[in-house]
Ligand binder design. Structure first.
Ligand code: ADP
Length: 502
């Protein structure tokens, strides 16, 4: 009855009335259409109202309403993002429709019976549609809240990873709201109670003479972005270095009312920087020291050789024995210094190779022979052969294998058995040196090829600089090969390398 009544006689009047009601109500949703001219808006509304009336005519008004609510919920309405709709919008739109009808009915009909029927018809419709709409809004709201909770969770995770906390400070109430990570940075737990700004201030060992802190207070008072670094002392006495970035908000009188920002715990970053600096200083020292040591050592070696030659006729004498010892220690010193020189060459990118062709099996045998010579009470057994010819720096590859073998000897003070394996696999020669010595604890194994890395052993005091494996790894890598280790603490280690064959 309602549809028939309006459509037949008063459609345009109804449209005009409806639009003027909607516009006078200032419905926030209508902002979406603010770019349309009145004519365009009227045309759009005409379509909508026509559909709406047809729904009533055919008894499908409720289904139509449900369908448009569904489109809203699933974001299928072109040009209307679902988050643009608030529950108040819906209430207002329905109110506008009701208001228009009431006005309209009182203006255009004197027939009380018609008015009563139409009002009843519409009341029933609105009760049901509003119920559906509220349910939809409830679902949308819940989804948004879940998304927000998800976002908050992600934010918390990100803050924890980067050790960055965020905070808001209200100067009027002297209270702060801080993120979970900021509690953790201060060594606190959120459940320990609300944050008191004074508590934080107490922990910050502020230094009034520190310029960066003075500048920060100045910027804070002016409402400018500020940055400062300071240390805190946690309640357990632990000191942490923090960096804060913030911004304050002033009232019209220029008084700070609020501030907000982030605080990052940079203790580990600072420590890593110091480590890096120390390691650079160490490199510089090594480079200078090894060059300085080399010159007198070369002279010393030459003199010892001269004495040796002079005495060679009388090698059985005590002097001859002392000279032989002096030669041995000069050799050790020379090896140490040349390792140090290698490190500084690697660091400076100046390690050069003298490539030549050679049989790797022969090289392995030579190295075993040399090790047998210097460690006669060790039993070294070779397994397998590769038959491969390499193109590589023979002396450098020898240095790698000798390092593996001398470590196998050094770190196996009790079990004096050493197994060496060589075989060819996928155009790569693999060489492995197995010992049954002290082994390497699992957590240390992946750092064993790092420069200066040594495993501390409580039972033994092995001498060394922690650079042999670093040089070996560098040599093999530069030959496009690989190094690796398998080890078990207390059982022994197997150090391997592989190199591409020619
Ligand atoms: P260095 O032996 O001079 O300390 P390396 O670079 O050759 O230096 O070795 C680094 C560290 O690796 C050693 O300090 C030792 O802790 C460990 N390591 C090397 N080879 C072995 C091995 N065969 N068995 C047990 N530990 C080893």
């Amino acid at each position: 009855m309602f549809a028939a009544f309006i459509k037949k006689e008063y459609f345009e009047e109804y449209l005009t009335e409806y639009l003027s009601v909607v516009q006078s109500m200032n419905i926030p949703l209508m902002k979406l259409f603010s770019h349309l001219t009145y004519e365009q808006l009227r045309e759009m509304t005409r379509q909508g109202v026509q559909n709406y009336l047809e729904g009533f005519e055919h008894g499908t008004a409720l289904e139509q309403a449900a369908e448009s609510l569904r489109k809203w919920e699933t974001d299928e309405l072109p040009g209307v993002p679902k988050n643009a709709i608030e529950s108040s919008d819906l209430v207002l739109v329905y109110a506008a429709q009701k208001l228009t009808l009431n006005k309209f009915l009182t203006l255009y009909t004197d027939d009380v019976h018609t008015v009563a029927t139409i009002v009843r018809e519409l009341e029933e419709y609105y009760i049901q549609v509003q119920d559906q709409a509220l349910q939809m809004l409830f679902r949308l709201q819940k989804a948004t809240e879940e998304k927000l909770a998800d976002k908050n969770r992600q934010l918390e995770e990100a803050q924890a990873l980067a050790h960055i906390g965020s905070w808001e400070y209200d100067a009027r109430t002297n209270t702060s709201i801080v993120s979970t990570e900021l509690y953790h940075i201060f060594g606190l737990e959120p459940q320990e109670g609300p944050v008191d700004a004074n508590l934080f201030r107490e922990m910050m060992n502020m230094d009034p003479t520190n310029e960066s802190q003075q500048a920060a207070s100045f910027h804070y008072a002016l409402g400018l972005p500020y940055f400062q670094e300071f240390t805190i002392t946690r309640s357990n006495g632990e000191k942490r270095i923090l960096q804060t970035r913030g911004e304050s908000i002033l009232d019209e009188k220029g008084k700070v009312i609020k501030a907000h920002g982030t605080t990052q715990d940079i203790t580990e970053i600072r420590e890593a920087e110091i480590q890096k600096q120390l390691s650079q200083q160490k490199d510089e020292f090594i480079s200078i020291a090894s060059h300085e040591l080399k010159t007198p050592l070369t002279s010393l070696k030459a003199y010892v050789q001269l004495i040796d030659k002079t005495l060679s006729s009388d090698s059985a004498s005590m002097a001859g024995k002392y000279v032989a010892k002096a030669m041995e220690f000069t050799g050790k010193l020379e090896a140490l210094i040349s390792d140090l020189l290698d490190v500084s060459k690697i660091e400076a990118g100046k390690l050069q190779f003298n490539m030549q062709e050679f049989e790797i099996d022969q090289l392995v045998q030579d190295c075993i022979e040399m090790t047998r010579h210097s460690a006669p009470d060790y039993q070294i057994t070779l397994h397998g052969s590769s038959g491969a010819t390499m193109k590589a720096d023979r002396q450098r590859i020898e240095q790698v294998l000798l390092n593996y073998l001398s470590n196998a000897v050094k770190y196996s003070p009790k079990n004096k058995q050493i197994e060496v394996y060589i075989h060819l696999k996928d155009k790569q020669v693999e060489v492995a040196v197995q010992d049954f010595g002290i082994g390497i604890p699992a957590p240390k194994q992946n750092r064993i090829f790092e420069r200066f890395f040594r495993v501390q052993n409580k039972n033994h005091n092995f001498q060394g600089l922690g650079i042999g494996l670093y040089i070996s790894a560098e040599i093999v890598k530069r030959h496009k090969g690989k190094v690796w280790v398998k080890s078990e603490e207390g059982k022994g280690s197997t150090f391997s390398f592989s190199l591409p064959v020619k």
